[in-house]
Structures are given as structure tokens and as C-alpha cells.
Design a protein. Structure first.
Length: 360
């Protein structure tokens, strides 16, 4: 397949609005990279620059070592799958999947074999004579993927391909894309605003905000060791809880909190003694029983887990907090619950960057 090198890519529009800042990344052969972030963060613009649908303002784009920065889209040997399917309504599924090969004037027998092979992979063999209007949304998206597969491109590009599907179809189509990647061993770049898609699909995730790359790493790295408050708040569901606390005497304190630090965390926060930092705690890292009190507002039973929303402090006047407890809980509005923090994250209040353990 392909290796891709993105070197200091910028996108600046004619009105001097900059959409992407200094994007750097090396994509290895066969990797599935997911670009994730909120709307307007620059992820789709980056994908369109790679595809040749947007000009690159500054920087270089290399495909297998070849500079394709100025190459037209048709010469980049990439296939793009859009969220709106972009199928031809007057053509059958077979004709849609074969379209690019027909334009190339490939041998009809070769086209037939390629389309049939792609249809078999995507479970579309029985749909080949139907028109797109006769298919479900998930089937249409599979046709769009089949059209990309038959081209056998060096690179697959997916631009929010599941956005138009309902929740059940999103889940099944997501699994199909994952199986497709494993079967084809293809290099893929996938854009989404959905962190579930990012965490379940990616070999590595690129988390973006306001045109800047915030962190690149494996799903576990972004979940377990977020680089800053933005990544910590964006990755993880429900989102991480954040509290302003002061580091003093081996404790984290506020008007509603007093949390003892272990030896490792004391060492990590030594330079912050007497200063305020931001404490982050994931809802699933909060356990029942402990020294900290919360007053319950609402209770969401999800079967295996329960989300308990409340306020810090026995009087219920502290910061809002969400806890994710195992099992079915019967807490009611106004109940007092004792909790403990099983895992904590620390962030510099000014830079918002994670306070990491110093390497020896």
C-alpha cells in the first residue's frame, strides 16, 4: 500500500483565515489513522489537502517518498469515501462500483472480477442489480466503499462516512470498516468527530482543535495519558471531571476537597507546592466509599453501570461531578454519597498541559 509523510502543512484561505497550522505526521504502510476533533477543527480540511481537493498553502506532502504537494487529485492514486455516499442514482450498484474502471477503459472481464470480489467482501453480491434508491443507508455506504476498493488505490480516505447513519447502522458499519482494513491491510485516513469511532477504529489517533494538532498517539495513550485538558475532555465518555485545587502539604485542597497524594504524585507535583493546578478525574476512576462527599442530583442506570451526577460537598454547593459506578444504583436526588478518586490526572493551570512524571 503506501507510506504518507505530512510535513509542516498549513492551510490559509484567501481571506487570511488559517484552518490548519503546521501539521506534521508520518503515516506507516497499512496504518489506520483517525483524525478526530470538534466541527471546524481542521480535520476535514487536512484530509482534503491530502486528497488534492484543497491546495496546500505551505509544507510538503510525500507519498512513498514522492512529492505530490502540487499533484492534481486524479494523479494521487487515492480513493475517497464521503458521508453523503456520492452515488449515481440512475446507475445500478454494479455500474456505480465499476464506474472508475469503466472510465479507465479497463477490460470488462477484469472489471467484472474486481467488482464481484469487492461485492463479496462487503456482502453486496445480491444487490448488484439494484439502484441506490432501493438500498438502506448502510448498504449505500458499502457501495461507496466498494467503489473505492475496486480501484485498488494506494490510500483510502474516509470523510465522516458514518454521519448519515442511525446509531445501530453506525455500529455495524464501523465494524465492517475495521474488518475491511484488516482484510485489505490498506493504509487508511479516517475523519470523524465521534470519539467512539476514533477509539475503536484507530491504530493511532490525531486529536485536533482550532487547526492545531493537540496529540498523536494510540487510543490508549490519548485515553490514559492525555497531553492537555482539551484532549482529556474530548476523549472519554462521559467527559473527565475537572476541579481547581491547591497543592499543599502532600494534599490537594479546595473549599470542598481534601485529597491525600501518594509518594509518586507528591514527587510529580513538588514544583507546584503552594500553587493552584487543575485536577482531572474520569467518572470511571471514581469509587464508592472514601473521605469525599457528594450530594446526588440525578441517577442514570445503564445496566452494567450507573452514572451518578451530583455536587461536591455534603451541602451540595461545590463543583458538579459525574461518577460512573459499577452495577445498578438506586441513589435519589439529595442523597449523600462518599467517594474516592482511584486515579487522578494533573494539569498546569496556565498552559493546560499535563503535569507528567519526570524521566530519570
Amino acid at each position: 500500500m503506501a507510506k504518507l509523510s505530512l510535513q509542516h502543512l498549513d492551510k490559509i484561505y484567501d481571506n487570511d483565515v488559517q484552518a490548519v497550522y503546521d501539521f506534521n505526521m508520518e503515516v506507516e504502510d497499512g496504518e489506520l489513522i483517525v483524525l478526530v476533533g470538534p466541527s471546524g477543527c481542521g480535520k476535514s480540511t487536512t484530509l482534503r489537502m491530502i486528497a488534492g481537493l484543497e491546495d496546500i498553502s505551505n509544507g510538503k506532502l510525500l507519498l512513498d517518498g514522492k512529492d505530490i504537494t502540487q499533484a492534481p487529485a486524479k494523479d494521487r492514486d487515492m480513493a475517497m469515501v464521503f458521508q453523503n455516499y456520492a452515488l449515481y442514482g440512475h446507475m445500478t450498484v454494479y455500474e456505480n462500483m465499476a464506474f472508475s474502471l469503466t472510465l479507465r477503459k479497463e477490460n470488462p472481464n477484469v472489471i467484472y472480477k474486481k467488482v464481484l470480489a469487492a461485492a463479496e467482501i462487503l456482502d453486496l453480491t445480491s444487490q448488484l442489480n439494484k439502484k441506490p434508491s432501493q438500498l438502506s443507508g448502510g448498504q449505500r455506504q458499502r457501495v461507496a466503499m466498494g467503489r473505492a476498493i475496486v480501484r485498488n488505490p494506494k490510500l483510502f480516505l474516509f470523510d465522516e462516512p458514518l454521519s448519515n447513519l442511525d446509531a445501530k447502522l453506525r455500529g455495524s458499519t464501523r465494524r465492517e470498516i475495521l474488518l475491511l482494513h484488516k482484510r485489505l491491510k490498506a493504509t487508511m485516513l479516517y475523519v470523524t468527530h465521534d470519539q467512539t469511532e476514533a477509539l475503536t477504529l484507530a491504530d493511532r489517533i490525531v486529536c485536533m482543535s482550532m487547526g492545531h494538532v493537540q496529540q498523536i498517539g494510540t487510543p490508549l495513550e490519548l485515553y490514559d495519558s492525555p497531553a492537555n485538558i482539551f484532549v482529556a475532555s474530548f476523549i472519554g465518555l462521559p467527559p473527565m471531571n475537572f476541579f481547581n485545587v491547591k497543592v499543599e502539604g502532600g494534599k490537594l485542597t479546595s473549599s470542598t476537597l481534601s485529597v491525600e497524594l501518594d509518594a509518586e504524585d507528591k514527587a510529580r507535583l513538588k514544583a507546584y507546592e503552594g500553587k493552584e493546578i487543575t485536577l482531572g478525574v474520569r467518572p470511571e476512576d471514581i469509587g464508592e466509599g472514601g473521605q469525599t462527599k457528594i450530594k446526588v442530583m440525578t441517577n442514570e442506570n445503564l445496566g452494567l453501570n450507573t452514572l451518578v451526577h451530583g455536587h461536591l460537598g455534603a451541602d451540595g454547593k461545590g463543583e458538579q461531578i459525574t461518577c460512573k459506578f459499577r452495577g445498578w444504583c438506586e441513589y435519589k436526588d439529595g442523597d449523600e454519597v462518599s467517594i474516592r478518586f482511584n486515579r487522578m490526572h494533573f494539569f498546569d493551570k496556565e498552559t493546560t498541559n499535563a503535569i507528567v512524571k519526570e524521566e530519570k
